[in-house]
Ligand binder design. Structure first.
Ligand SMILES: Cc1cc2nc3c(=O)[nH]c(=O)nc-3n(C[C@H](O)[C@H](O)[C@H](O)COP(=O)(O)OP(=O)(O)OC[C@H]3O[C@@H](n4cnc5c(N)ncnc54)[C@H](O)[C@@H]3O)c2cc1C
Length: 477
């Protein structure tokens, strides 16, 4: 039988992997392939943190495949050229892949389809990374939902909860394996990802372990604790989802089993699954409005006078040196771990696009480069949500106050003390606003504003007024 090539891009796992399972079911030899094609990504070339994750994830995937008698063929370069060469080398009769929704990747997959057809190879594209395909969730008139709640209500009616397909027992191997190459995924500089590596274990096995641990305990507290950044109360599954190491159907299935009889657990699981719903919604938006990574969904925001480019203020934000402790803690958590708590992502994003009046694309780009869970749909939709220009967005005039947000979600300053250790000896009363602390208190805590910790980079009252005036200036356009 002619071998089946399985393009593993976007689904770096064996469990609940329809493209792989169907290839194994044919009984033909299966050749799993991963192609690194930076040129095809255009502006959305993988960011630094995600490159590191991918490198580790491919190592994990290779060893999973080897344990099933298979292997991973790695190549880098033009996807079409590589596939054409592989089809010729292996005599493959079929090509399977997992459907992508990012516009540039969907376009690439269309071209792969055409190529396969030209070469007389059967090409099949399988769903695998969403609970529902974007075409399935439509309103009564066949239109696209732009508001989350009705979208999710409809989605809940459609999700069928089918049991996910387990990883194949063994994977039929070809007689000879095509050449595989080392990919250029090393962080630059080499030590850059060391702290991130100390925090995460990429790969499918780690994803399943994380899910099991979460459903075993924290899920029961999820509803009440998920907004508290000092507590490990959320699943932290986002990088595994963003890299296709676990499927949302597997998460759904296991969470439904874990819901059980206890009401807290049930409520927690429902809230958690609702967050997965936001992931579905973001992808649904990207699929229907493919311009959202670059342009606002609400077109009237195209003329909003956001500042663009880079200067010292942006660097201070990126490095966590703004003088506002909750912002600095969040930005440093991102730099040190490649991840940031959702509540804090909202606060730092609001600060950039409202207080600093900087373009949301500047924030989107920084997150793209530094997040291990960088996801085109979630990142674009979330930045637009905060900036007020996206679907079902927070109104622009609702401007988070970093001091009161800190007091509300990190009342004792535990999160700040972890990531901004130079403030750790400040009393709780001043931990969110060191600039309001009396000189004696600062001295006792070993702090000299402007030296050991920055003075606030802006006057919040003036910044707020400036942001509201900017909003006013776009009215009527
Ligand atoms: C400005 C900004 C940028 C963001 N960029 C990204 C991004 O690039 N990639 C990314 O995966 N998430 C992004 N998010 C959404 C959210 O912050 C993360 O998904 C979440 O913090 C991941 O942590 P968790 O896995 O513990 O989430 P949990 O609370 O355990 O949620 C479970 C899963 O649901 C999904 N999810 C949760 N919240 C959201 C949300 N608001 N929107 C869409 N999906 C969600 C994630 O896949 C997550 O893993 C962004 C949010 C903001 C405000």
């Amino acid at each position: 039988m002619k071998p089946v090539l399985v393009l593993m891009n976007g689904a770096l796992r064996l469990d609940d992997h329809p493209a792989l399972a169907k290839a194994c079911a044919t009984g033909a030899p299966v050749i799993p392939v991963f192609i690194l094609d930076d040129a095809a990504a255009g502006d959305w070339k993988l960011g630094g943190a995600k490159r590191w994750w991918l490198r580790e994830s491919l190592i994990a995937l290779s060893s999973e495949l080897e344990s099933k008698g298979s292997a991973l063929v790695r190549r880098s370069g033009n996807t079409l050229d590589i596939l054409m060469a592989l089809i010729e080398e292996t005599g493959a009769g079929a090509l399977h892949m997992t459907r992508a929704y990012e516009p540039h990747l969907a376009k690439l997959q269309d071209a792969v389809y055409d190529l396969a057809e030209e070469l007389g190879v059967t090409c099949r594209r399988f769903a695998g990374n969403l609970l529902l395909e974007p075409e399935q969730v439509r309103n009564k008139t066949g239109g696209v939902y732009e508001v989350f709640s009705p979208f999710w209500r409809r989605a809940l009616e459609l999700i069928d909860g089918t049991t996910p397909t387990p990883a194949p027992e063994d994977i039929p191997a070809p007689e000879t394996w095509p050449e595989s190459y080392t990919l250029d995924l090393d962080p630059k500089p080499a030590h850059w990802a060391e702290p991130i590596a100390a925090f995460w274990t990429p790969g499918e096995a780690a994803a399943h372990e994380r899910l099991a641990d979460f459903l075993d305990g924290p899920v029961a507290e999820y509803k009440d604790m998920r907004d508290i950044p000092s507590v490990d109360a959320t699943s932290r599954l986002s990088p595994y989802l963003a890299n296709g190491e676990i499927s949302p159907r597997r998460i759904w299935h296991e969470a439904m089993i874990a819901r059980g009889e206890e009401s807290a657990r049930e409520k927690g699981a429902d809230w958690f699954l609702r967050e997965l719903g936001w992931r579905e919604f973001s992808t649904h938006l990207l699929f229907n409005f493919p311009h959202i990574p670059e342009r606002p969904l609400k077109s009237k925001f195209a003329a909003f006078p956001w500042r663009e480019g880079y200067d010292d203020a942006v660097t201070a934000w990126q490095k966590g040196q703004t003088g506002f402790p909750i912002i600095d803690a969040g930005m440093r958590q991102l730099w040190q771990t490649g991840w940031m708590h959702n509540r804090v992502r909202m606060i730092v994003a609001s600060f950039l696009v409202k207080d600093m009046l900087w373009h949301w694309r500047t924030g989107e780009d920084w997150f793209w480069d530094t997040l291990v869970d960088a996801d085109l749909a979630n990142n674009a939709a979330s930045w637009q949500w905060v900036a007020g220009c996206g679907a079902d967005a927070a109104p622009y005039f609702r401007i988070f106050n970093p001091v009161t947000q800190g007091e509300k979600f990190d009342p004792k300053g535990a999160y700040i003390r972890e990531y901004v250790p130079e403030l750790k000896d400040l009393p709780d009363e001043y931990i969110h606003a060191p600039f309001e602390a009396p000189v004696g208190v600062l001295k006792m805590a070993g702090i000299t504003l402007g030296k050991t910790y920055p003075k606030p980079m802006l006057d919040r009252k003036a910044a707020r007024e400036r942001a509201l005036a900017a909003l006013e200036s776009t009215k009527g356009e």
